[in-house]
Ligand binder design. Structure first.
Ligand SMILES: Nc1ncnc2c1ncn2[C@@H]1O[C@H](COP(=O)(O)OP(=O)(O)OP(=O)(O)O)[C@@H](O)[C@H]1O
Ligand code: SF4
Ligand SMILES: [Mg+2]
Length: 429
């Protein structure tokens, strides 16, 4: 992990553009969303179609403990699998961006009428998001429910088609590629889903689940080497390679999430999108999965976009942080800096609600209770979208959309006309 050493904040040199991208109102969502784009996006989509509930076959082996499978796999040896010839991807400099997103917009059309469907509005789920992700870096994305985090991830993985904006993976704009080129570029960005119970097809063995991406990207591993490669992947994520023929219901929740991670790693991507990857797991198991993700990042140089509700988890894992509110990025930059001195009132409110482990600091916390509900993304407030809940709001906040930029009195980018550092834990305003 580069967390402790990462001091670079690309946003300061080149802050992502502001969120104020005009709604184009094209309503270009493909019918059926995920299903419509599935053939292009490769195997990851299939994970979403699993219906989850384990069949509960009589006589099925009991679920193993996490530690048992870990120790079993630790003792196994790793062997090299013959790989099919494939063009070598250019090796990126540590400082180069693996993923570059600019002004990404997703407006879901709201329609009326049964026969003649008229567009009467749009849900502005993602509205002008820009971000950068470097090799080996983790960008945490936080924000209240419904702010557009999952829609952002779906756009990046190709499960939703953007209304506008660009998504560059190693400099190639996914929104401009088609057919085989798109399929090849998408190999590099894969997703770990939130719920390991519903994201794995219960009728497929673990071997088939993890090896399924090879059926689509046939050039990655030759057919005769696939079983061995799947076993290597099982081992890599701390599972017993001998369990290749078992079914998802024969594993615990944490182990299933490891299967999901192995499947996401099958195509050797550089970027993993993790959408709430531990929120469905027991607290004790959460730490094991986070540790696994950190280990894999160190070993494979992976870059993570890590979406989570739990700000403590994000603080632990993230080098950079992006805070979203109603489809827009309101604060963006070095994670440690934002945690220590958030400048946007919304971030300050979020962080003031994080439990403080040190009992000596508990009484010194500057608790900010947000009033009112999150407005509808179909009818967001003018100007600053946070103004209806902001204690600092003035007339200008309704009239002018604040740009996401580094301001005079802060070290990272903030979309607030009156951005000001505030140490919410110690209460210093
Ligand atoms: N296919 C869709 N059609 C219409 N609206 C959608 C669609 N998908 C998401 N939305 C809306 O877009 C907004 C953002 O949803 P999204 O799932 O991205 O939020 P989120 O931040 O991931 O929330 P949570 O933390 O609860 O997972 C919500 O208002 C949601 O209702
Ligand atoms: S721009 Fe205005 S309303 Fe928005 S966060 Fe800043 S002070 Fe509050
Ligand atoms: Mg979500």
């Amino acid at each position: 992990m580069s967390k402790k050493t990462a001091k670079d904040t690309p946003s300061e040199e080149n802050p992502p553009a502001d969120a104020a991208v005009a709604a184009d109102g094209t309503g270009d969502s493909p019918a059926g969303g995920a299903a419509a784009t599935a053939p292009e996006t490769g195997a990851t989509e299939d994970a979403t179609s699993g219906n989850g509930a384990a069949s509960g076959d009589a006589g099925a082996p009991a679920v193993e403990s996490e530690s048992a499978s870990e120790s079993a796999s630790a003792s196994a040896s790793v062997t090299e699998t013959p790989r099919a010839e494939q063009p070598a991807a250019p090796v990126l400099d540590k400082a180069e961006n693996v993923l570059e997103v600019r002004d990404l917009v997703k407006h879901f059309p709201i329609t009326q009428g049964i026969v003649l469907r008229r567009k009467v509005g749009a849900v502005q789920a993602v509205d002008g998001i820009s971000l950068d992700l470097r090799r080996g870096e983790t960008l945490g994305i936080v924000g209240e429910s419904g702010c557009g985090k999952s829609t952002l991830a779906k756009l990046l993985i190709g499960l939703e088609r953007p209304t506008s904006g660009s998504i560059k993976v190693r400099g190639q704009d996914l929104t401009e590629l088609r057919g085989g080129d798109l399929l090849a570029a998408r190999r590099n960005i894969q997703m770990v889903f939130q719920d390991p119970y519903t994201s794995l097809n219960p009728r497929m063995t673990v071997g088939d689940l993890i090896g399924e991406p090879f059926e689509i990207h046939t050039d990655v591993v030759p057919r005769q080497g696939r079983r061995q490669r799947v076993q290597e992947l099982l081992e890599l994520v701390g599972l017993n390679p001998d369990h290749i023929n078992r079914y998802p219901h024969q594993f615990s929740g944490g182990q299933r999430q490891r299967i999901g991670i192995a499947r996401a790693l099958a195509l050797e991507p550089e970027v993993l999108l993790c959408d709430e990857p531990v929120s469905a797991l027991d607290v004790s198991i959460q730490a094991q999965v986070i540790n696994l993700l950190e280990k894999l990042q160190d070993e494979l140089g992976l870059s993570y976009l890590f979406i989570a509700h739990d700000l403590s988890v994000v603080r632990h894992i993230a080098d950079k942080l992006g805070v979203m509110y109603l489809g827009r990025m309101v604060e963006y930059g070095n994670a440690e800096e934002i945690y220590e001195a958030p400048t946007h009132p919304y971030t300050q409110a979020l962080l003031s609600a994080v439990p403080v482990p040190d009992p000596k600091l508990r009484g010194m916390r500057d608790e900010i209770v947000l009033e009112g509900d999150v407005p509808s993304p179909a009818n967001p407030p003018s100007g600053c979208r946070f103004r209806t809940r902001c204690w600092k709001a003035e007339d200008v906040c309704a009239e002018e959309t604040p740009l996401l930029q580094v301001r005079e009195n802060s070290r990272h980018a903030s979309a607030c006309h009156f951005a000001q550092e505030r140490d919410v834990v110690h209460g210093a305003a």
